[in-house]
Design a protein around this ligand. Structure first.
Ligand code: NAD
Ligand code: TDX
Length: 346
């Protein structure tokens, strides 16, 4: 008999959460997936339109804040979740530098509210979606160094500090209350539904609109890119595996300098490199992220499936095919953010 589960996915109207919702609905059609999302500027109900339409019986969307203990309690009473996967967060480093408050509130207090409910309702696993940014950064001239699960937490931005704090609280709930938990720390994701404020979609959209491509500093900062579906697969394996109390790094050894990504996007779109504009650097800008994923490979047999050269072409094509999705976003409140953020950069 198929083991039916109910999974609450918080932040499922955002980039990675929505990809996870679609991944799970396809792989486990007999599961019930309940998405709790506050629909902040980064959440988009149109992203979940297809899930709502195609899965009226086993998908439910609930608009709400993970910090709202009363709402979370009533949702747990109603849905009796087996597993909770927490994607909900303020996720953009630049916004955390402009205004840290919401980051500390959502990213630290949110998990606390969710874990209190998990504890009360004996949920079999609380999974915290964390990030490689909790480890700080690595120097460019030491390509032999990688983040392992034992690397010290050493956050740089208010965003990464809030995520590192949450990880500590998660492990404290595990040790103090015996709450079954797991944590994944993934590198930079890319793919469909990535919000236009982030590097890859921002550069694709600006190139399509023949607008300047703002590269911070010298453009040599390195990120380790993973196709979003490979991240979803890793989380699926962790929540279904014997992983209580475990932390897993997730990454595909795909380090690239920002400037090389930007040039590649321009080449794919047939746009000139003269669109590239070097602008003032991000404050506290992390130099290099690089994940050592050997634990998740060894213990769970996880391997990334999408190579960057294919994933980036698929992603660019997705943005070409879904102009309506991003045009609606960039024509709204996002415009004010863009003008403030990039208007101030020289
Ligand atoms: P996103 O900004 O695209 O989406 C975040 C979602 O959370 C949105 O739908 C938003 O409405 C929702 N949300 C925000 N505050 C909320 C609240 N208080 N209550 C309920 N919902 C709320 O983010 P993303 O890029 O999809 O990231 C998802 C998670 O993965 C985050 O926890 C992030 O730290 C982590 N992560 C992201 C990356 C990446 O490359 N994007 C890499 C590693 C880890
Ligand atoms: O306009 C830009 N110009 C630029 O040069 C933007 C938006 C970014 N950058 C640089 C800064 C970074 O070195 O590109 C790199 C990637 O930037 P982001 O897309 O903002 O991602 P990053 O800061 O690396 O963080 C991302 O990965 C880890 C996610 O946003 C986080 O949520 C995740 O935890």
């Amino acid at each position: 008999m198929e083991d039916k589960k109910t999974i609450i996915v918080t932040g499922g109207a955002g980039f990675i959460g929505s990809n996870f919702v679609y991944y799970m609905l396809k792989k486990y059609p007999f599961y019930r997936i309940v998405c709790l999302d506050a629909l902040t500027y980064a959440g988009n109900l149109s992203t979940l339109k297809k899930a709502i339409k195609d899965h009226p019986d086993n998908f439910r969307f609930v608009k709400g804040d993970i910090r709202d203990a009363e709402l979370v309690e009533s949702l747990f009473v109603e849905e009796k979740p087996d597993i909770v996967v927490n994607f909900a967060a303020e996720s953009h480093v630049d916004r955390s530098i402009l205004d840290p408050q919401a980051f500390l509130q959502t990213n630290i207090m949110g998990p606390q509210v969710l874990m209190d409910a998990c504890k009360k309702h004996n949920v079999e696993r609380y999974h915290q979606v964390s990030t490689d940014e909790v480890y700080g950064d690595l120097p460019l001239d030491r390509p032999d160094l990688f983040f392992t699960e034992n690397t010290n937490l050493h956050a740089s931005s208010p965003y990464s500090a809030s995520k590192a704090s949450a990880d500590l609280v998660v492990m404290a709930y595990h040790r103090t209350y015996g709450l079954p938990v797991s944590i994944s720390r993934c590198s930079n994701n890319y793919g469909p539904y990535h919000f236009p404020e982030k590097l890859i979609p921002l550069m694709i959209i600006n190139a399509l609109n023949d607008k300047p491509l703002p590269v911070y500093g010298d453009g040599l900062n390195v990120r380790d890119w993973l196709y979003v579906e490979d991240h979803c697969k890793a989380i699926d394996m962790i929540i279904h595996g014997d992983c209580n109390g475990e932390v897993f790094n997730v990454g595909g050894h795909n380090e690239m300098a920002n400037i090389d990504i930007v040039k590649l996007i321009l080449k794919e779109l047939g746009k000139p490199e003269s669109l590239i504009t070097f602008v003032e650097d991000r404050k506290g800008h992390d130099r290099r992220y690089a994940i050592d994923p050997s634990k998740i490979k060894r213990e769970l047999g996880w391997e990334p499936e999408t190579k960057f050269e294919n994933g980036i072409v698929k992603t660019i094509q997705w943005y070409l095919d879904h102009k309506d999705w991003w045009e609606e976003i960039i024509s709204g409140e996002y415009k004010n953010y863009y003008d403030k953020m990039y208007g101030e950069k020289k």
